[in-house]
Design a protein around this ligand. Structure first.
Ligand code: DGY
Length: 322
């Protein structure tokens, strides 16, 4: 290992993060806004001690196994780590780090934006206005669904799920949730715990997906689970696209079983399923859950804290473990 640790960045990160990085580390390659592809990653990794990536770069088992042995650590600019094969990294002795906590509020805000946006037909109304199609106020135009008093089912009551619940209480929603175990958090004393998904779905007039993507949550929301929702439910996904079977969701949006959906994440990012474009009962955003200046800086600093600790021989503050 050279004296100044060498970090390969899969792309450019916010400028405050780049400044701190370049003051302590040698940066390998010339990162740009566009992420490097797999062959460049492999090539540049030959001259680096650690990789600083984000969730758009996949390090599956095959990729991890062919990484050069000089790579000792990968820190990801994300809380989600479904793009990293944790078992393969641990077998190869590569330490993994991520950025929990700092994006909780920003992501929960976007979940509420998606919820309101979907329930109130905000995108379709805004597009009509911008396209010059708004002719007059009308008592029957752009009719959405009231949030106040409705039951919100939260699938996954981790940090972000809890922050969504706290915000939704401000809209007088009644919180139900499914999680591996009940949570006892301040402000959530009245939230109703369901120890199985089936019961949660039956109650969810609104459903917010806030669980991580894993083999067990892939397509967890599918034709069968959607059928268990009350009619005219609103579905919100700000976690990971593949938790929802998009074809099943599109069918349910077309049939009206699901009244509207608010989505910040998709199965095949950055490509939007073309069938979505035909739907008006949809509010979509391009994976911007953590996109505030403050949050993105804080995420970068968490990655730096991981690197700093690792190269100082200390335990890293945010390790990803099996
Ligand atoms: C995260 O941190 O997991 C965000 O979704 C960005 O990838």
């Amino acid at each position: 290992m050279s004296q100044t640790p060498r970090i390969f960045l899969t792309r450019l990160f916010p400028s405050a993060v780049m400044e701190r990085l370049s003051s302590s580390y040698e940066i390998v390659g010339t990162p740009t806004l566009e992420a490097y592809g797999q062959s460049d990653i492999l090539e540049f990794s030959k001259s680096a001690d650690a990789i600083f990536c984000d969730s758009t770069s996949r390090f599956d088992r095959e990729m991890i196994e062919i990484l050069p042995d000089n790579i000792k650590m990968i820190t990801t600019f994300s809380v989600g780590y479904d793009h990293l094969d944790v078992a393969a990294a641990s077998e190869k002795g590569i330490l993994l780090g991520n950025t929990p906590d700092v994006l909780t509020d920003a992501t929960a805000d976007i979940a509420l934006l998606c919820m309101l946006g979907a329930a109130r037909m905000a995108q379709s109304a805004a597009e009509t206005l911008r396209d010059g199609g708004w002719n007059s106020w009308s008592p029957t135009q752009f009719l959405g669904i009231h949030m106040s008093g409705k039951k919100l089912g939260i699938l996954g009551m981790g940090r972000i799920g809890q922050a969504v619940a706290r915000r939704a209480r401000g809209f007088d929603m009644k919180i139900h949730y499914h999680n591996r175990r009940p949570v006892t958090a301040r402000g959530l004393e009245e939230a109703v715990y369901h120890d199985n998904l089936k019961d949660l779905l039956a109650q969810s007039e609104f459903l917010s997906i806030n669980c991580p993507l894993s083999d067990s949550t892939h397509h967890l929301i599918n034709e069968t689970s959607i059928a268990r929702l009350p009619d005219n439910a609103v579905l919100v996904n700000t976690a990971r696209g593949p938790i929802v079977d998009e074809n099943a969701l599109i069918q349910a949006l077309k049939s009206g079983k699901i009244a509207a959906a608010g989505l910040d994440v998709f199965e095949n990012e950055p490509n939007l399923n073309p069938d979505y474009l035909e739907l008006r009962n949809l509010f979509v955003l391009p994976h911007v859950g953590s996109a505030t200046i403050e949050t993105r800086d804080a995420m970068g600093f968490k990655c730096l804290d991981n690197l700093d600790a690792f190269f100082a021989g200390r335990e890293i503050p945010n390790p990803i473990t099996l």
